[in-house]
Write a protein that binds this ligand. Structure first.
Ligand code: PMP
Length: 296
């Protein structure tokens, strides 16, 4: 699904076949989870293949690497150029792009001098599918910002996401909604969260979540469309039985939610603000409606 015998990836400045890529068993990141990554999408637009908000994604990647003391020898511009070459070499238009930067051989717990970079891409459907989701409040909390840099995309943080998604699936739900250390709603395992009540959209402020690039796009779209949006802390009780809700993320795009803890949202999805934003988002990323966004 992710690669075949012909798939080419970028590895430390070289183009190599994915199937031939060799990594030392002693890389620090594999043992301790200190690698950083991004999830980016490209779309086949009327102007050709375009990476959506490439600059924002690579900026976040370099920020994550800096916070984790991982060296990166490439600029945002170089990374963007290599990514376009990657798409071309693999004949990809609508694609999901995964840059990964990891520390080198080092079994200690101090930063490594050596680092490695992989850029790979594949065709990926909407991550959470297209049907409305039944979501449960997770028994797992998002990591406490005093225990790690929650605003970065570090591989180790996704242990928490895997546990939450697995718990939800085992209990018959489609996805989890995690709270922060104060029991306020934070985000999904791989997406930010919004809900609608009486014509107003709510999402939690930055601080205990990954600052999603899709979240920022949704806020920008709300401003353009005159939709009132409020960033505040809230408990799951406020969400349950409200008008509608959705997740946002590069992989998930905008994914509507049917229920939280088996309590359905009041509005039909098609009548919700989320539904309007879902179609505007796709028009923004995949058609010629770029507004003020950067499409490199
Ligand atoms: N929160 C988490 C924990 C995520 O993994 C993601 C996906 N990167 C998001 C939110 C959404 O971020 P973005 O919109 O930048 O993809």
């Amino acid at each position: 699904m992710y690669y075949n015998d012909n798939t080419i990836v970028f590895f430390n400045g070289q183009w190599v076949k994915a199937k031939d890529l060799m990594i030392s068993p002693y890389v620090q990141s594999m043992h301790y989870g200190n690698a950083v990554f991004e999830g980016i999408r490209s779309y086949g637009t009327p102007d050709g293949t375009r990476i959506f908000k490439s600059e924002e994604h690579f900026k976040r990647l370099l920020f994550s690497a800096k916070k984790m003391h991982i060296k990166v020898n490439y600029t945002i511009e170089e990374l963007t150029n290599f990514t376009y070459q990657l798409l071309e070499k693999n004949n990809l238009g609508n694609a999901y792009i995964r840059p990964l930067i990891f520390a080198g051989t080092n079994m200690s717990l101090i930063p490594s001098d050596e680092s490695h970079i992989i850029l790979c891409a594949w065709e990926w459907e909407k991550y959470l599918g297209t049907k409305l989701l039944d979501v449960m409040t997770s028994s797992y909390q998002r990591p406490n910002p005093k225990s790690c840099h929650v605003e970065t995309k570090v591989t180790g943080h996704y242990v928490n996401s895997i546990l939450a998604s697995t718990e939800a699936k085992e209990k018959g739900f489609d996805e989890a909604l995690l709270l922060d250390m104060n029991d306020n709603v934070a985000e999904g395992p791989g997406a930010n969260f919004f809900f609608e009540k009486d014509g107003v959209l709510y999402t939690c402020p930055l601080g205990n979540i990954l600052p999603g690039i899709t979240r920022a796009t949704i806020i920008e779209l709300c401003e353009e469309l005159g939709i009132k949006i409020v960033e505040k802390h809230f408990k799951p009780e406020e969400v349950k039985g409200s008008d509608s809700a959705f997740f946002t993320g590069t992989a998930a795009e905008v994914s509507g939610i049917n229920s939280l803890d088996k309590i359905p949202f009041k509005l039909k999805w098609d009548d919700s603000i989320g539904s309007i934003l879902q179609s505007k988002y796709i028009r923004r990323v995949a058609f010629n409606e770029y507004g003020k966004f950067s499409l490199v």
